[in-house]
Write a protein that binds this ligand. Structure first.
Ligand SMILES: Nc1nc2c(ncn2[C@@H]2O[C@H](COP(=O)(O)OP(=O)(O)OP(=O)(O)O)[C@@H](O)[C@H]2O)c(=O)[nH]1
Ligand SMILES: [Mg+2]
Length: 259
């Protein structure tokens, strides 16, 4: 593969839709692209997977073999992915000129917080892997929602040590002004702190202001990529970021950029 993008984020933010639309966009631009579905629990995915973990690990079999309910089985299935890494990797050997997009489980903790996942990412893609954290634009359009997404982003960052991008999906559901506000919050922590004060979260004010300060001191900046998977917009910038990273540019490692 040329490079890969592992797509994670909270439930329902549009990870699978993003995977499907980004693949479609890449192909429309003349780039070969494939999707690997790494969500053994998905009943439906809005794309045709090129490699599907459901063909390798069956949640029903895990439930009966280990005598588990659906949640316990999802955890075991996530860890079993590492044991089955050869079966996932084998068909990818054919795809040397492809961009490979990995869709991950709906409940992000099954991928982002399992100890096996960083090994899985390294085994499948090594130093060609980037992580996309997909957030919901509607949630991110109020300061406290935005900060909570950033905290999750920071948690994922601390698990993988890979270049990461913050994808703000579903921008078709918010206004241009909302998008401008979010970009301003990311650019300037003072604006975010002011916006947060206006949100009248009096009880949590000190808590959030300290978090903002911690982000600033820790240099946890994230380049935001506003997209609409529904309207297929915003993908050029993601592709540019991937290219920059894969060709040795430093800007892809936006996570650790200073102010
Ligand atoms: N308006 C709008 N809706 C979207 C967009 N992307 C996804 N959706 C909708 O959001 C819902 C969830 O989409 P999925 O792609 O299944 O999200 P997911 O994060 O993969 O969900 P889980 O894997 O179940 O956590 C669906 O109803 C999608 O149609 C978008 O860009 N705009
Ligand atoms: Mg999904």
């Amino acid at each position: 593969m040329i490079g890969s993008l592992f797509v994670t984020g909270p439930a329902g933010t549009g990870k699978s839709s993003f995977c499907g639309s980004y693949k479609e966009w890449l192909i429309s631009q003349g780039y070969d692209s494939a999707i690997v579905n790494l969500d053994p629990g998905s009943e439906f995915v809005p794309y045709e997977p090129d490699v599907d973990i459901r063909d390798i690990i069956s949640l029903e079999s895990v439930m009966s073999e280990y005598n588990l309910g659906p949640n316990g089985a999802q955890i075991v299935a996530s860890d079993l992915m590492l044991e089955n890494v050869q079966a996932i990797a084998e068909p990818l050997k054919e795809l040397s000129d492809y961009y490979v997009i990995f869709d991950t489980p709906g409940q992000m903790e099954l991928f982002s917080f399992r100890p096996s996942s960083p090994y899985l990412v390294n085994s499948l893609s090594g130093n060609k892997a980037m992580i996309a954290f997909v957030s919901d634009a509607v949630l991110s359009s109020i300061p406290s929602g935005y900060i909570s997404q950033k905290m999750l982003y920071g948690s994922v960052m601390s698990r993988f040590y890979k270049p990461m991008i913050f994808v703000m999906n579903k921008i078709d559901l918010i206004t241009e002004m909302d998008i401008d506000n979010i970009m301003a919050w990311e650019r300037d922590w003072e604006i975010l702190a002011d916006a947060f004060m206006e949100e009248k979260q009096e009880m949590l004010k000190d808590y959030f202001l300290n978090i903002i300060e911690a982000f600033r001191n820790g240099g946890i900046n994230s380049k935001i990529f506003p997209v609409s998977s529904r309207e297929m917009s915003g993908f050029e910038d993601i592709y540019s970021e991937m290219s920059l990273f894969l060709t040795g540019g430093t800007d892809a490692d936006t996570t650790y950029k200073d102010d």
